[in-house]
Design a protein around this ligand. Structure first.
Ligand code: 0PR
Length: 353
């Protein structure tokens, strides 16, 4: 049977979500009515969630990881900041967390919810975290330091090992937000080891480059003790405690994450990364040849300084195109973004721009 498609991806250029892998879509449907928040009752999906975390551990090279499938990167980032705050609760009255300025707005939500001061450090000229600027904001009340591996606007990767050292010196939790970049990093020069880089917690979202159905984010931690700081008692469930932020959760997200990773880790993700990166570089060159300034794509994301009127014209032509805070057009080369689509964008630019 031909299903109606609620989302047509052909002209979606700026989304960090994509069409789920067919296996992920099928698994999501099968597990729609299951709740991993109640593992005593829904044992099968609870087993799948453990498999999801193990697979995420393979992707990030973290042996024996602890974690769970969140509703998305926002929840994972909120929970990481909550861990940073709770583990120092008795020692620090006015906690702060130091992040590079390009940290996703979910950290602003986390700070607001948790009464933590968020200190945003300016970036270097290459749109990455500036170590000195970060260090200048760290003080005795710093409970967390954040690095971004795949920034939302430019796809940049912060100097993770250096930031880890900074966090360690400050006795602060080191969290890496690889919500989007996580499934590309293993195939790049940024393929550091989660364990070796002294990362404490990490966000990596199957529902972005992992090609799982929404909602499937991921939060991993180096040790289960970190999660203990989040536990609340659950007296009337068969299980006795819960560390997740939400109660009832999506079994569909969990099952689809496992299905996608079983299908695609590692060769499928590598092939897709190589295709998308080559396409991003080609598109960046084409734009440069037309005289536009382009932010070099270090991951498959192209930001180009198109005039505002041109972006408006492309949108009117049906392209779903968003802008960075500085006004550049932002193309995220997700699996649904083809060379054919980007060729048509260029043709429209030549004709209309
Ligand atoms: N961390 C990073 C680095 C992100 O880029 C995002 C989302 C998050 C955390 C938060 O993840 P959730 O949205 O799963 O909670 N980045 C995209 C953005 O803000 C989210 C997005 C996805 C927006 C698809 C639009 C869209 O169609 O641009």
């Amino acid at each position: 049977m031909q299903r109606p498609e609620p989302q047509e991806f052909a002209r979606v250029l700026s989304s960090m979500c994509t069409e789920p892998h067919p296996a992920a879509r099928a698994a999501a449907e099968r597990f729609l009515a299951t709740n991993p928040g109640d593992p005593g009752t829904y044992g099968t999906v609870a087993d799948l969630e453990r498999e999801a975390v193990d697979l995420l551990g393979e992707v990030t090279r973290l042996p024996d990881p602890t974690g769970y499938v969140t509703s998305g990167g926002t929840e994972a980032n909120i929970q990481a900041i909550r861990i940073a705050r709770n583990r120092t609760r008795d020692a620090v009255d006015r906690p702060n967390v130091v992040v590079p300025d390009h940290a996703h707005f979910s950290f602003s939500k986390a700070a607001d919810l948790l009464s933590v001061e968020l200190r945003r450090a300016p970036l270097d000229e290459d749109y990455r975290a500036d170590l000195d600027a970060m260090a200048a904001l760290v003080d005795a009340d710093t409970v967390g330091v954040v690095g971004v591996a795949g920034s939302t606007e430019y796809g940049r990767v912060d100097p993770i090992p250096d930031l880890a050292a900074l966090a360690e010196e400050a006795d602060a939790l080191f969290h890496v937000d690889a919500a989007w970049g996580g499934f590309a990093l293993p195939f790049t020069e940024y393929a550091w080891d989660f364990a070796d880089a002294a990362v404490d917690t990490m966000t990596i979202d199957p529902h972005k480059l992992g090609q799982a159905a929404i909602p499937a984010g991921g939060l991993l931690a180096r040790s289960s003790a970190l999660f203990d700081t989040l536990a609340v008692d659950t007296p009337y469930l068969e299980s006795t405690g819960q560390v997740t932020l939400t109660g009832t959760r999506s079994g569909a997200g969990v099952a689809s994450a496992v299905a996608a990773m079983r299908e695609l880790w590692a060769d499928g993700y590598r092939t897709e990364y190589e295709r998308a990166q080559a396409l991003a570089e080609w598109f960046a060159d084409e734009l440069r040849e037309r005289g536009y300034d382009v932010v070099d794509p270090t991951l498959p994301l192209v930001a180009a300084a198109l005039p505002e009127a041109t972006i408006g014209t492309l949108r009117e032509a049906g392209w779903r195109l968003s802008k960075t805070g500085s006004g550049e057009a932002r193309v995220v080369v997700m699996p649904h973004v083809t060379r054919g689509a980007l060729t048509s964008v260029l043709a429209d630019l030549d004709r209309l721009g």
